[in-house]
Design a protein around this ligand. Structure first.
Ligand SMILES: Cc1cc2nc3c(=O)[nH]c(=O)nc-3n(C[C@H](O)[C@H](O)[C@H](O)COP(=O)(O)OP(=O)(O)OC[C@H]3O[C@@H](n4cnc5c(N)ncnc54)[C@H](O)[C@@H]3O)c2cc1C
Length: 351
């Protein structure tokens, strides 16, 4: 690859790698800038929803994982369960997802530069990334795929100023850990504890991941002990990873494009992991961003982003509001009493 690259991708997480693969599949040159080396892990529930499995397959990416047939909600007394109407989801360790995407990207000739972006400059038909180590990389387009705390979003002026938070500790965070134990279910189990939601995702024949969503300061051990049935199942299981966290989850943006820079994935704005579909959305956004660039219609991307994320923004915001209100205790009983409605919502969010 010589001269100016077509698409510079900032961030080599799953969405950055997917965007770079998409670009190569459309005949564009692409280069990923990522500060971390080796296989990248991240706090995640690791449920790759049916829509995301399809997006990955279209990129030629087939990660190893555990088949997931649906989603169940539990509150200690009641259960609601929905099995996907068609196409299963997969429980996939983030390290495995990274391996599969990185291998495919390398196969297609995506270059990866290790570095951290601290400056973005746009001039004429080009955009430059300035790296912390002093290097400058120039491209025709830039995709900001640098996650929840996107530097690119700040640099191009697309970060929304946070609304005054009346109760700062109402912001939500996520933490996760893995355990060596044979999965006891083919569903993602969501346990609604009084102060947190616990997501159990089978990710292998002898490993499950537990992700906890809750307010700042939520402790993994305390959350786990607030769901005695789950704590009992994991009592003798050896942890296979350390506790890892992420957040705050809510990240607002004023738009998704500034000139030749497009935001994709968590960097483009995020509500919450409560409906577990960041990967599906990010993969669809990555595809849309490259299609808009290839069609010479980058201005269409903001509209595409709103279309792709509409249900997520509406339903996830609604669920988070309910989860933070006295309605919280009614969520599982309602889902269990109205299985068709629960199933329709799960289906809508999974694709
Ligand atoms: C607890 C929790 C549970 C979740 N559960 C699920 C789930 O079950 N299913 C699901 O689909 N989604 C889930 N999500 C959401 C999902 O993890 C994210 O949507 C997904 O990781 C977004 O990918 P990304 O590539 O946009 O960002 P990331 O995965 O965060 O990757 C961003 C990359 O950018 C790099 N970067 C950062 N700054 C710079 C810089 N300045 N220069 C260069 N590179 C930079 C980082 O090193 C990183 O590798 C969950 C999230 C959390 C927190």
């Amino acid at each position: 690859m010589s001269g100016i690259v077509d698409v510079i991708v900032i961030g080599g997480g799953p969405i950055g790698l997917a965007a770079a693969i998409n670009a190569r599949m459309h005949g564009l040159t692409s280069l990923v800038i990522e500060p971390r080396t080796g296989t990248i892990d991240k706090a995640c529930g690791e449920g790759v929803m049916p829509g995301a499995v399809i997006e990955l397959a279209a990129l030629g990416v087939h990660p190893h994982g555990r088949m997931i047939a649906g989603i169940s909600y539990h509150d200690g007394t009641r259960t609601a369960e929905h099995r996907f109407a068609s196409d299963a989801a997969l429980g996939v360790r983030r390290t495995e997802l990274h391996r599969a995407l990185a291998e495919r990207a390398a196969e297609l000739g995506v270059r990866v530069e290790h570095g951290k972006v601290e400056g973005v400059e746009q001039q004429g038909g080009a955009v430059s990334a300035h790296l912390v180590d002093g290097r400058t990389i120039e491209g025709r387009w830039m995709l900001g795929c640098d996650g929840l705390h996107s530097t690119v979003r700040e640099l191009v002026g697309l970060a929304a100023r946070p609304r005054r938070v009346r109760r700062r500790d109402s912001r939500r965070f996520g933490i996760r850990q893995h355990f060596e134990v044979a999965p006891w279910t083919d569903l993602v189990e969501v346990h609604w504890a009084p102060n947190a939601e616990l997501y159990v995702t089978p990710v292998g024949d002898s490993e499950v991941g537990v992700a906890v969503l809750g307010r700042r300061g939520t402790s993994f051990e305390e959350a786990l002990s607030s769901v005695p049935a789950l704590a009992e199942r994991l009592r003798d299981a050896t942890p296979t990873s350390s506790v890892r966290g992420a957040g705050p989850l809510l990240q607002n943006t004023t738009g998704q494009r500034a000139g030749r820079v497009l935001l994709v994935g968590d960097a483009a704005g995020y509500v919450d992991a409560i409906t577990g579909e960041g990967l599906r959305l990010g993969l669809a956004e990555a595809r849309a961003a490259i299609e808009c660039i290839v069609a010479g219609e980058p201005e269409r991307y903001d509209r595409e982003w709103r279309r792709i994320t509409r249900d997520f923004r509406m339903l996830t915001t609604g669920l988070v509001v309910a989860a933070n209100s006295p309605l919280r205790r009614a969520i599982v009983p309602l889902a269990s009493r109205l299985p068709r409605l629960y199933g329709r919502i799960v289906e809508r969010l999974a694709r």
